[in-house]
Design a binder for this molecule. Structure first.
Ligand SMILES: Cc1cc2nc3c(=O)[nH]c(=O)nc-3n(C[C@H](O)[C@H](O)[C@H](O)COP(=O)(O)O)c2cc1C
Length: 170
């Protein structure tokens, strides 16, 4: 299973375009990644992911309700991923990504800050920002393994680096 799974819910393809660009960014750093429509996502498939990025567009000042249920179901499934990212396309208020991040944090995940919001259809530099987020996620996944390797030599439990935006480079 890929190390990074990007799950999205998108009514007209805008958030999906973001998800695909995020995957491209992760892969450009030689980390496995896949994007999946929320309807195809199976919790079992997410269990072994090192990082999960979740995206929804904003509808009526919230994330789309099925996505909210999906995130809640992650809690019951005891997923192991500790690295998270939230994103989504929006029109005028764009609450969904921050709401997704809040729910992911409640599950104990470290969510890359700030969340990524793109107004309507992502183009040009927007897609570059999405790729950049993908690169940041890949860096966090690699850090996790590097740190786990170092600490296991000392017999400690692996810990995560603080997740910060902008470490992925261009
Ligand atoms: C019925 C409806 C309600 C919407 N409500 C909001 C909203 O409350 N806030 C906002 O920022 N955008 C709102 N939007 C705009 C969408 O978030 C925007 O079109 C987005 O690009 C859709 O992305 P998607 O194709 O990934 O679903 C709304 C759009 C529709 C059609």
């Amino acid at each position: 299973m890929p190390k990074v799974v990007v799950v999205y819910l998108s009514t007209s393809g805008n958030t999906k375009a973001m998800a695909d660009a995020i995957v491209e960014g992760v892969q450009s750093r030689n980390v496995e990644a896949i994007s999946m429509n929320f309807h195809e996502a199976r919790i079992e498939e997410l269990k072994d992911a090192d990082a999960i990025a979740i995206g929804s567009s904003t509808f009526y000042y919230k994330m789309l309700p099925p996505m909210e249920k999906f995130i809640e179901s992650l809690e019951k499934a005891k997923i192991k991923a500790k690295i998270g990212a939230a994103f989504g396309s929006y029109g005028w208020s764009g609450e969904a990504p921050a709401m997704i991040a809040e729910k992911m944090r409640a599950l104990g995940m470290k969510v890359i800050d700030p969340v990524l919001r793109i107004q309507y259809q992502p183009v040009g530099k927007d897609l570059e920002e999405c790729k950049r987020l993908g690169k940041d996620i890949a860096v966090q996944v690699k850090n996790k393994y590097a740190k786990a390797g170092t600490e296991s030599k000392h017999g400690d439990t692996p810990l995560m680096h603080e997740v910060k935006m902008g470490e992925g480079g261009h």
